[in-house]
Design a binder for this molecule. Sequence first.
Ligand code: PMP
Length: 399
Amino acid sequence: MKKEMIAEEMFASRLDDIPFSGIRKVFDKVRELEAEGREVIHWQVGRPDFDTPQHIKDAAIEAMNRGEVHYSPNLGILPLRKAIGVRTELDTGVPVNGETQSIVMSGANEGILASMLAFVNPGDEVLVTDPNWHHYKSIVSIAGGTPIEIPTTAEDGFMIKPEEVEKRITDKTKILCITSPGNPTGCVLSKENLEALAEIAIRHNLLVISDEIYSRIYFGEERVAPSIYSVPGMAERTIIINGFSKIYAMDGWRLGWTVASEKLTRGILKIRQYTTVCVNTFIQHGAVAGLTGDQTCVDDMVKEFAKRRKIILEGLRSIPKLSVSDSLGAFYVFPDISAYGLTSQEMADYLIQEYGIATVAGSVFGTSGEGHIRIAYSCSTEECTRGVAVLKEALAALK
Ligand code: PMP
């Protein structure tokens, strides 16, 4: 008789290197507390609390009604690729032909996955910053590569030290991944830092995956955070990852893009044709309205985030035992809680269990994240103000 196999025996070995997300656990806990009728401060959510702007929804609905319900090209619809090209050129100052250099993806996440699958051979090493959005390490593992972490610290404002990169480069290193503004730190890599990293990438012939999904949520002088793509010599070796989730509040639409040289784009496209084939066609028409329409909605959202950032930073800085870096972008701050003598997980558990403050432990984002918690201020201004007051009470009780 055929032996019944139990589930674990069926799993591919690549699952061994992929954990369930630590962030999901927080969401489960929040749901549990809310089911008990407890009030929760939602500082765990890495997405805007705004609705998608109406003109984007209208364009998608109109497209659906006029019959845009069939496959689109694997690359995405032409007007959207052109708009992505125009936007990238505006943001980076580098000429981009969206028609041949961009692919519309089912979220930035698919852009990262397709890029890794296109360029990583088994055994290749991929440099990822630590702390970082935890998907990177898992996606490198899925592609058969080995993630190599580059530690960064709050003291250095989470800039990536060139010497820390240099000393981890071997003959197997293929890709350097950077995310700026960063998740979980909110830190923005300076132009000088990007130039130093570009110099290393060129000298060692590395590809760079530059995750710019938060580039417009930037509180510096310019309209957009600096991009490594703008550094001379980098356009040919950089894959920009970007998307609609954060800046147009469209995370549930699952819509992102890659921009890279025509040659690199052809490689990514090969994978893409076998993953999701294309993004829902009517949704892509909504996205065209987003990129080409009035950008007041984006400016207003960024202004609102700036207000909340001020409330959170001022609030955290009035707590003597906490320290927090500037976090010039995204909607995250990453305070150092180590003076309280708890691990980041213990602190996150304490805050949610005892005070209903949902945050994410820094350790979820890598070893260097230990000693910190991630606070996402993608909740209402009122919730930010209330959250600061409750946090003060919670930390005062620890003494
Ligand atoms: N990159 C970073 C740094 C992110 O924080 C996220 C979402 N949390 C993504 C990519 C994924 O975005 P998308 O919803 O477009 O897949």
